[in-house]
Design a binder for this molecule. Structure first.
Ligand SMILES: C[S@@+](CC[C@H](N)C(=O)[O-])C[C@H]1O[C@@H](n2cnc3c(N)ncnc32)[C@H](O)[C@@H]1O
Length: 376
């Protein structure tokens, strides 16, 4: 507990935890919500994660829980033998404080908290606003059940819903605020409909290429669009129904093979560039592949959309023959290279220069600097 107090003091000193939220963080310590079994990154584990239990490795458990880092609490939706994808967690404390600051709640506000997870953020909201003001929704029944136990034991009782948070929870609407801790690719219409005009939605927002934005959206007056800006760089696990497609490898002989016009390192070297590229190459996702026999010589970025186009680019000798393979209706690597050129021409905009508009028909568009400058 002492370490948690130190963590809060550090966050406060760095300006990341204001007085408004300090009391809530003290009354709802993260350790009261983290389950006894957590997962730590471990390069040597086959899935990349090692299971840690509070009973067997208390020092490791406490060190994770009281650090300013994410604590993974579920992998692969709780299904044994999966590839090792984090699917639930207690988010990084400094990030939680940041998101709550952007939420800008006032006494008396009602909040829908999407992605209950461990229950920690809903407890913080209850501590700040009161139990009756908070509704929290979690899609995973086992995760929700564990959170219910911990919330009860810690003395918090938000309205708890097990269901798809993309549909919001209309029975307690309208809300003054919606706070989501799972990333969306599109802001659901239900969230707009269930938020009061002038109300605020704070959610991680990303593209399959770069899951990197924190969006703060202000809901429009009836009949008016809603607008918001990206206010930070975050990376959250996806909302279940908005998870991007798996990257597919070469399914056929490439119909283009040749050198690359761009060093592939530049496609990811800067988070702002990656975010901008993701906006310009809709539906494209990547992963890295290599041949164990010659990792550095064969290291490639593999890209695919979900409609039959794929590309692959080699990092070593990227301007040499056979560095790029492409196939399908779209030339995905060419799209990435021209999207980066566009980012350079626009003056390397930081991701906080982008924003989102949501029309009354639910159509979502992204703009640069002001809503009149929508991206194609
Ligand atoms: C980063 S964790 C949430 C952290 C949580 N707020 C906390 O304080 O521990 C994201 C959670 O969102 C949940 N989730 C994913 N898709 C969802 C959906 N469609 N509706 C509701 N919850 C969802 C996941 O199961 C996971 O528990």
């Amino acid at each position: 507990m002492e370490k948690y107090a130190q963590l809060l003091a550090d966050l406060a000193e760095a300006g990341g935890l204001g007085e408004e939220w300090r009391g809530a963080f003290e009354r709802a310590p993260r350790s009261a919500f983290v389950p006894d079994t957590v997962w730590a990154l471990d390069e040597d584990a086959p899935t990349g994660y090692r299971r840690i239990t509070r009973a067997d490795e208390p020092d490791e458990w406490w060190a994770l829980v009281n650090a300013n880092g994410v604590v993974v609490t579920q992998v692969d939706d709780g299904i044994e033998g999966g590839p090792g994808v984090a699917t639930s967690s207690a988010s990084m404390p400094s990030l939680v404080a940041d998101m709550l600051r952007h939420l800008d709640v006032r006494d008396g506000h009602t909040v829908l908290d999407v992605g209950t997870g461990t229950g920690w953020t809903s407890a913080l909201l209850c501590a700040r606003l009161g139990d009756d003001q908070v509704t929290t929704v979690e899609v995973d029944a086992a995760v929700a059940a564990e959170a219910a136990v911990r919330l009860g034991a810690a003395g918090f009782s938000p309205k708890r819903v097990v269901g798809d948070g993309l549909a919001g929870w209309s029975y307690a609407a309208p809300y003054d605020r919606i706070h989501s801790t799972a990333a969306v690719r599109r802001v659901p219409c239900a969230w707009i409909e269930q938020t009061r005009p002038g109300g605020v939605i704070v959610t991680p927002w990303g593209t399959p290429y770069a899951n990197a934005g924190l969006l703060r959206l202000v809901v429009g007056e009836p009949g008016e669009p809603s607008h918001g800006r990206f206010v930070g760089n975050v990376s959250f696990m996806w909302m279940r129904d908005q998870r991007p497609h798996p990257v597919t490898g070469p399914a056929n002989t490439p119909d283009y093979q040749g050198p690359s016009s761009m060093d592939p390192d530049l496609a990811l070297e800067d988070v702002n560039a990656a975010f901008a590229i993701g906006l310009r190459v809709p539906g494209v996702r990547y992963e890295h592949v290599w041949d164990e026999a010659d990792p550095s010589g064969t290291y490639r970025m593999q890209l695919s959309d979900s409609a039959g186009s794929w590309a692959s680019v080699r990092y070593a000798r990227w301007d040499g023959e056979g560095a790029v393979h492409q196939s399908g209706p779209r030339r995905l690597w060419d799209e990435i290279a021209s999207a980066r050129l566009w980012w350079l021409e626009e003056g390397k905009p930081d991701l906080c220069r982008f924003g989102v508009a949501i029309g009354i028909d639910g159509a979502q568009s992204v703009w640069l600097d002001d809503p009149g400058n929508a991206l194609p």
